[in-house]
Design a protein around this ligand. Structure first.
Ligand code: AMP
Ligand code: TRP
Length: 345
């Protein structure tokens, strides 16, 4: 059976981009057709300036929202990355296979490093090495497929390169994964700046729909979305980024394609109203289920505990095999006939 691994970073409140680009597909499609592992990748949230209490809060919230979105713990493994040591263990080995030039070529690093530099004067080393940890996340589980939004394709390609290099040097150890992405809405754009991605950590939230926004807030944000000069409602990402983004969001909500909606609307206003209605309805069940789950934190904690146990069992053999393959001396097993001192009586 196909093994799937994917994750979400607790660096901010989850957005409509996260939902349409990744989470909805995990819940509605992926977990029903494959052996799925989903992770709140909290170690990745430490690569930029962070507030410890906020990361803890957002990690719990992200896990709760994944459950609210329909990730079913009887079908999928759901856990928090830092609860399973194998990720960090494997990451170091992969650092010994990756090159610094390769890391510096990552688009996300090139975009984020100058922002961090301007903000705090220095860039955390982990921001540079982050794709290696992501590769470890994926390879530890022998994932065949990694369902992600558009922005993560390069990182999954790097993962594949590292896996192939490791296998070639040290013997067959890792499965080569490939990225998969939704046909529609693989890159949802900011409503106020439709040439940049809707990202959860933008300064102003006006162009970002959060999964937990109240319906009237969602409506307001969509009605105020920046559109383009001209008045025809046509799908053309290059010349009509604002309208095309709305068409894409609406199509994703309705299960159609944005080209099919091109020319259907007479005005921007009508398109915005329908998009707002569709998004509010799409998110309603998620918000309602989230509200119930928040009251049952023991349930969520139980899911994460069991998830981490299963994740450990799944990842340990592969990570151990990588340790042996790369040349690290295995610890000698305790002799079976020697009873540990504290158990001698
Ligand atoms: P992150 O929030 O960076 O942890 O992303 C979690 C998942 O959501 C990844 O698969 C991303 O590619 C996806 N994602 C994040 N933002 C967007 C967006 N604006 N449009 C589509 N997918 C997105
Ligand atoms: N880097 C991903 C993001 O920013 C999050 C992530 C970390 C991830 N490890 C992963 C996604 C493994 C898929 C598989 O969205």
């Amino acid at each position: 059976m196909t093994r799937i691994f994917s994750g979400v970073k607790p660096t901010g409140h989850l957005t409509l981009g996260n939902y349409l680009g990744a989470i909805r597909g995990w819940a509605e499609v992926d977990q029903h057709r494959s052996d799925s592992v989903f992770c709140v990748v909290d170690l990745h949230a430490l690569t930029v300036d962070h507030d410890p209490a906020r990361v803890r809060r957002l990690s719990r919230q992200a896990a709760t929202l994944l459950l609210a979105s329909g990730i079913d713990p009887d079908r999928s493994v759901l856990f928090v990355q830092s609860h399973v040591d194998e990720h960090a263990r494997l990451s170091y080995l992969l650092e010994c296979v990756a090159s610094d030039g390769e890391m510096r070529r990552m688009i996300q690093y090139k975009e984020k490093a100058p922002v961090e530099q301007a903000r705090g004067g220095s860039v955390r080393l982990s921001l540079l090495t982050y794709p290696v940890l992501m590769a470890a996340d994926i390879l530890a589980y022998g994932a065949d497929e990694v369902p992600v939004g558009d922005d993560q394709t390069q990182h999954v390609e790097l993962t594949r390169d590292l896996a192939a290099r490791f296998n070639q040097r040290y013997g067959q150890t890792f499965t080569l994964p490939r990225a998969t992405r939704p046909e529609v809405a693989a890159r949802v754009m900011d409503l106020q700046d439709p040439t940049s991605k809707m990202g959860k950590s933008h300064e102003s939230g006006a162009g970002i729909v959060y999964l937990l926004d109240e319906p009237d807030v969602v409506r307001k944000k969509i009605m105020r979305a920046v559109t383009d000069s001209g008045s025809e409602v046509v799908y053309d990402r290059g010349t009509r980024p604002g309208v095309s983004n709305l068409l894409e969001i609406l199509a994703a909500c309705e299960g159609g394609n944005p080209e099919g909606l091109s020319g259907v609307y007479e005005s921007y206003g009508a398109l915005k109203r329908d998009t707002a209605d569709a998004v509010v309805e799409l998110l309603r069940p998620v918000r309602e289920r989230h509200r119930e789950l928040v009251r049952d934190s023991a349930y969520v904690e139980g899911v994460l505990r069991t998830g981490a146990e299963r994740a450990r069992e799944m990842s340990r053999p592969t990570v151990d095999a990588a340790y042996r393959a790369i040349g690290l001396l295995p610890p000698a097993p305790a002799p079976a006939d020697v009873v540990p001192v504290n158990m001698a009586r």
